[in-house]
Design a binder for this molecule. Structure first.
Ligand code: FE2
Ligand code: FE2
Length: 372
């Protein structure tokens, strides 16, 4: 493909735009950016949209540029969306005529009010994963323009990017599913050894995630906090049962063995690159703000932020749950304890949020427990 002068400039601009795309973006954000870049490169086109197949087999809009919000109410029944089957883009005149034949009233009305009647020409191409069509990429124009071979090539290139992204997203989700199952199985194995800790990891995850969300952390951090919480005590698998289940107070030596679980846990997850970013949570969840925790005696902001969040959540669940050697504290006492430990065991800022948010989360978990 040859680009000269203005086209070269546009291409540079579009490539700049594309270099900003990230795999962790949502499908919606990614496709919108892609449409914007395509429209930048082909200024004779003034609109664009992407539809994707949902689990129910219907196609729905995931991104659009230049159309009204009503597009989100449109659904195409299987086989009724104008997506070419082959690998090459197809030019459609007055795409709305096709939709009039194929769509039901409410979807058709929404399409009309979003502006589909004004479209004069459309370049359409399929988005494919493993050779199967899972979506459509459309660029539209409301002007009377001639569509060139060059235009078609550009659209084909964009549809290819969309297909690669969709494929990677699907692989990513599949892989995540497997990872989730593996981790959950390991956690269940760990918790099964000690009836008093059943559900501990998941509750810690719920507490920690609600603190993180209240503090407006971004999705990636919340995700890390969730998995870190689920896995944080995995090192307990290495603690002998007679210590883990001892109904009386632990001796000093036995307590030292218990204290090894964060480092043991970190050892266990080493070598899994996808768990690298939660290693600090596993290793350092027993550190304290005042530096008196273990295993590294980290102090204040030396302890990573997400670790400080998990550590409040962990202590809160430990306090409110029954253990082999004691009953759990009532909610109000546990909250009081967090307040008392503010600036000692806990980061003051996080402790404040925890005191505000945890009672509600605790009660919702309690209701679930009581009714099951
Ligand atoms: Fe722990
Ligand atoms: Fe724990």
């Amino acid at each position: 493909m040859k680009f000269r002068g203005l086209e070269r400039l546009l291409l540079d601009e579009a490539l700049d735009f594309l270099s900003d795309l990230k795999l962790r973006m949502s499908v919606e954000d990614f496709m919108k950016k892609l449409l914007q870049a395509a429209l930048m490169l082909l200024p004779e086109f003034d609109r664009g949209s992407v539809i994707m197949k949902d689990n129910d087999g219907y196609y729905r809009y995931v991104a659009w540029v230049g159309f009204g919000e009503d597009l989100k109410n449109v659904k195409f029944p299987p086989g009724k969306a104008m997506i070419p089957k082959g690998d090459s883009p197809v030019v459609i005149d007055r795409v709305h005529n096709w939709n009039e034949i194929n769509l039901k009233d409410d979807s058709l009305k929404s399409l009309e009010s979003a502006g589909s009647k004004e479209i004069k020409k459309t370049i359409a191409i399929g988005i494919k994963v493993e050779g199967k069509i899972i979506g459509g990429f459309f660029l539209d124009t409301t002007k009377n323009v001639e569509i060139t071979e060059e235009d078609l090539k550009v659209v084909k290139m964009f549809a290819r990017i969309a297909s690669i992204f969709a494929t990677m997203k699907i692989y990513q989700e599949r892989e995540r599913g497997y990872q989730r199952e593996i981790i959950m199985a390991m956690i269940k194995a760990m918790e099964a050894r000690d009836p008093y800790t059943v559900g501990h990891s998941e509750r810690v995850a719920r507490y920690a995630v609600s603190i993180a969300k209240e503090m407006n952390l971004d999705t990636e951090d919340v995700d890390r906090i969730f998995w870190g919480s689920v896995v944080h005590d995995i090192g307990k698998l290495s603690i002998p049962e007679y210590i883990l289940l001892k109904p009386t107070k632990l001796s000093k030596e036995e307590y030292e063995v218990i204290k090894r679980h964060p480092v043991a846990g970190e050892e266990m997850i080493k070598g899994y690159p996808w768990l690298d970013n939660i290693r600090p949570i596993v290793r350092n969840h027993h550190e304290r703000w005042d530096g008196l925790g273990y295993p590294d005696g980290l102090k204040g902001e030396e302890i990573p932020f997400e670790v400080r969040i998990v550590s409040v959540a962990d202590t809160f669940d430990a306090m409110t749950s029954d253990r082999a050697y004691r009953k759990g504290l009532p909610l109000s006492d546990a909250i009081k304890e967090i307040q008392e430990q503010t600036g000692k065991q806990f980061d003051p800022e996080i402790a404040k949020v925890a005191v505000k948010i945890l009672p509600e989360v605790y009660n919702s978990i309690y209701i679930i427990r009581a009714s099951s």
